[in-house]
Design a protein around this ligand. Structure first.
Ligand SMILES: [Zn+2]
Ligand SMILES: [Zn+2]
Length: 441
């Protein structure tokens, strides 16, 4: 695969996508006009809800108030709903007045244990207890925007219900960032609770805020888009001794230090430089006192990969390195390698079609093809079952800087909600129109 071509960041126009001129029929023009008018009608309410959700963030599997707001919004639109899916998830089904396929769109609702440091007037001051510590809670991953966009899309499509050629399933998902330890949750649990059945969607779309893109811009990636996310826990065991008598102990700090460095050679020395992968140790914990060699050191980190063979190889190399280093010092180890979210692979055929529609979406200024990232997304659990298209929404404004995702200064401009509504409504309608059943068929 010519990855360098795929990875090159480049602006795409309809023509550059090789789609030729998009000739709009009379119906399509009328539809675009009405989408534009309906987005205009509903955007202020969607933005108000985004600001409310932002100010009242809730952690994964605890999205009680957010789910209530979502359920009330959908019910008021006359959309049939199911609540309590995968703990706090809400699923709405809007059946159009014309025959056609079923398509799903997904928004995640959970916030993160991050203390907000933005200057937004609706900034969160919520605090809660997380893993025994008191923490701030913040929509630092933009899920407030995703939820509001999807509420706005529901408002627009509900107004078009009579003409809608097919059915739209609105999936509002809890715990995208992962459920609290010891609990199940997220997309994986939603799929196991049969969210992709009855009615079964033919495809699913999702979007994600991206602070490096400005409001008005959307980005997409064809094929591999986001990495598989694994989580490892290592215990390095030695023998406790006085800090001044190392010869009587086995030092787990020295062993763990060598292990951290050796783990970096998995990426650099045992895998092809062209294979994307990351091995990061994020926690290195051990010791009680400056003059005691401790008994044990705890390491914890993440592995990101795309290729399942590379994933296997990283895990097996970790074992070999741990055996080698602890063996050389007479220590011991325990490795718990937890395979998490699989990689998000955007269905190539569907993505090409959708990228073409994005380029033609009214009110979307710029469409960029983006390189894959090593970030993860549990949208993968949906797109592993049915064809999926996951794309990026620009959220920043010039002169209003934003920190990255998961940081205390991540700042999404509310106008991104309007652009998200335009892009997502357009994708859904184009997808349904292209597959709508003709009355004479
Ligand atoms: Zn996140
Ligand atoms: Zn996210």
């Amino acid at each position: 695969m010519q990855r360098s071509v795929i990875w090159a960041l480049k602006a795409m126009s309809v023509t550059a996508l090789g789609l030729g001129l998009h000739v709009l029929t009379g119906n399509a023009v009328a539809q675009q006009d009405s989408v534009t008018a309906l987005v205009e009608k509903h955007r202020a309410e969607a933005i108000r809800k985004r600001e409310h959700i932002h100010q009242n963030p809730e952690l994964g599997n605890r999205e009680f108030k957010t789910a209530e707001l979502v359920a009330e919004h959908l019910t008021a639109l006359g959309i049939e709903i199911q609540t309590g899916v995968a703990h706090t998830g809400v699923v709405g089904v809007l059946k159009g007045g014309r025959p056609g396929p079923v398509v799903a769109i997904r928004a995640d609702m959970d916030a993160l244990p991050v203390t907000e440091e933005t200057v937004l007037p609706f900034k969160s001051t919520v605090r809660t207890s997380y893993l025994g510590k008191e923490v701030g809670v913040m929509h630092a991953c933009g899920h407030d925007v995703h939820t509001a966009v999807q509420l706005g899309v529901a408002s627009v499509l509900a107004d078009m219900k009579a003409d809608l050629p097919g059915t739209v399933k609105f999936i509002f998902q809890p715990a995208e960032e992962g459920p609290p330890p010891g609990e199940e949750g997220g997309a994986d649990l939603m799929v196991r609770e049969k969210v992709l059945e009855d009615p079964a969607p033919e495809a699913i779309f999702g979007l994600h805020a991206l602070p490096s893109l400005e409001v008005g811009t959307v980005g997409y990636t064809i094929g591999p888009a986001m990495a598989a996310v694994d989580h490892f826990y290592i215990k390095v065991r030695g023998k406790q001794a006085h800090g001044a008598r190392p010869e009587e102990g086995i030092d787990p700090i020295v062993m763990a230090s060598e292990i951290v460095l050796a783990l970096q050679t998995i990426r650099s020395r045992t895998l092809s430089p062209l294979e994307p992968s990351v091995v990061t140790v994020g926690i290195f914990r051990g010791g009680e006192r400056f003059n005691i060699i401790p008994r044990e050191v705890h390491l914890e980190g993440t592995v990101r990969t795309y290729n399942p063979d590379v994933r296997d190889r990283v895990e097996s190399r970790m074992n070999t390195i741990l055996e080698g280093i602890t063996g050389a010092y007479g220590g011991a180890f325990e490795l718990n390698y937890d395979r998490g979210t699989p990689s998000v692979i955007n269905n190539p055929e569907l993505s090409r079609e959708m990228a073409g529609y994005l380029a033609g979406a009214p009110g979307v200024d710029q469409v960029l093809e983006l390189p894959p990232t090593m970030g993860g997304e549990d949208f993968a659990y949906f797109s592993n079952v049915i064809p999926g298209f996951f794309y990026r929404l620009g959220v920043t404004r010039p002169g209003q800087p934003s920190g990255g995702l998961h940081t205390p200064t991540m700042t999404a401009d509310s106008e991104s909600v309007t652009v998200g509504m335009r892009a997502m409504t357009h994708l859904v309608l184009e997808f349904l129109n292209a597959r709508a059943l003709q009355p004479n068929q």
